[in-house]
Design a binder for this molecule. Structure first.
Ligand code: KIV
Length: 261
């Protein structure tokens, strides 16, 4: 497996990860960050779905295969979509479909206590798995109901045990979504596989963001606290569109420079 050794605690610098659903974006990211995730967040981000439960294996196959064509340097991670890993037979069948079609280095599964046996089974079939715990969006029809986890001792212990079990069963890393800072630190300090956080503080071994959030290319007015816009693409693109529209109306575009003689 290519550079999977970067998924190791002794890797000196924190692991960086961003999502990409298309070759043009994946091409920008490749080699600049450690991991490229074809996340099922594409359901809401790209297709305007209310949640990720409607994302199909066909969608993941298409986007995963397109991204795979241009990624040569970064590690590739692909989400298994909702309802494709409910039992061992389906999980293996669907994992193989995605592996054959998109050649990711790792698959990511949203894991709770009831899904640990799937994780164990796929690992036994030599598949590299990232265990996504904490807030697991596939469990929500309504994203407004999502709340930060780890505020109570009970939640903290549950997540800690889940992380420890995931490690014991052979997960290569833990993705920790929307948990309190002390929970993230506790888990990160308690296991020897890396934690990659989203809304999970600086105490994780790595960080992930949705690329569209990074550049502010989103229709979502409610920005989660953990999102930092590194660029205001929304504004830049809308300025460009206005300028184009004006030049078309004024017959300034296309000038001779952009016309064939
Ligand atoms: O689907 C996704 O993009 C994710 C996020 C946590 C990054 O899983």
């Amino acid at each position: 497996m290519k550079k999977i050794n970067i998924l190791h605690k002794s890797f000196t610098k924190p692991i960086s990860c961003l999502t990409a659903y298309s070759p043009s974006i994946a091409n920008i990211l490749d080699g600049k960050i450690d991991l490229i995730l074809v996340g099922d967040s594409l359901g809401s981000t790209l297709y305007g779905m209310k949640n990720t439960q409607e994302v199909t294996i066909e969608m993941m196959k298409n986007h995963g295969a397109a991204v795979n064509k241009v990624v040569n340097k970064s590690l590739k991670v692909l989400d298994m979509p909702y309802n494709t890993y409910e039992n061992k037979v389906d999980a293996l069948k669907n994992a193989k479909i995605l592996l054959n079609c998109c050649q990711p280095d790792l698959l990511k599964l949203e894991i709770d206590k009831k899904k640990l046996f799937i994780l164990k089974y796929l690992v036994s079939k030599k598949i590299n798995i990232i265990s996504h715990i904490g807030v697991t969006p596939q469990s929500f029809k309504n994203f407004n109901k999502i709340k930060i986890l780890g505020k109570t001792i009970r939640e903290k212990n549950y997540l800690l045990n889940l992380a420890k079990e995931s490690e014991k069963l052979g997960a290569k890393a833990i993705l920790l979504e929307c948990v309190t800072t002390d929970t993230a630190k506790l888990i990160t300090d308690s296991i020897s596989i890396p934690t990659i956080g989203i809304g999970a503080s600086k105490f994780c071994d790595g960080q992930v963001l949705v690329f569209d959030d990074l550049i502010n290319l989103t229709t979502n007015n409610k920005k989660p606290k953990f999102v930092k816009n590194y660029l205001n693409f929304n504004k830049m693109a809308s300025d460009a569109v206005k300028k184009y529209n004006k030049e078309v109306k004024l017959k300034k575009f296309p000038s001779t420079k952009f016309s064939y003689s």
